[in-house]
Design a protein around this ligand. Structure first.
Ligand code: FES
Length: 131
């Protein structure tokens, strides 16, 4: 049994200069808006909100995942938050226009982004080692 009706993970990952990330796309404001809206809706005891590291869809941030369904939202803006809280967290109806895509495509994109980012970090480390 889940301790909360919903558990929302909001990516607030910051990455190196020039690397796409949710933080650079305004995830902190989305997180603040989500917390405020959940409180206003009286869902504070039903909805747990947790920040997370990269979810792997970095070009499409800010991203969030809602469990227990595992619904992924991308390009979430502050203006979208009331609809997500009202429709999804309040009435159990995910907001279709913000969904990240089907599971297989989403997984492939996340894995490709992880591979690219790890290659970038390895190149940075190698460059630093050369001095
Ligand atoms: S930085 Fe948020 S999904 Fe990668």
């Amino acid at each position: 049994m889940e301790p909360f009706r919903y558990h929302v993970y909001v990516c607030t990952q910051e990455k190196a200069e020039g690397q796409p990330c949710c933080s650079a796309n305004g995830s902190a404001k989305v997180l603040d808006a989500l917390r405020a809206e959940v409180g206003k809706a009286g869902l504070g005891d039903e909805v747990q909100i947790t920040t997370s590291g990269s979810l792997g869809l970095c070009e499409r941030g800010p991203n969030m995942v809602v469990y227990p369904e595992g619904v992924w939202y991308s390009r979430v803006q502050v203006e979208d938050v009331p609809e997500i809280v009202r429709e999804h967290l309040g009435h159990g109806r995910p907001v279709a226009r913000l969904l990240s895509g089907d599971a297989a495509a989403l997984k492939a994109e996340a894995l490709e982004n992880k591979r690219r980012y790890l290659a970038f970090m390895a190149a940075q480390k190698a460059a630093a080692a050369k001095g």
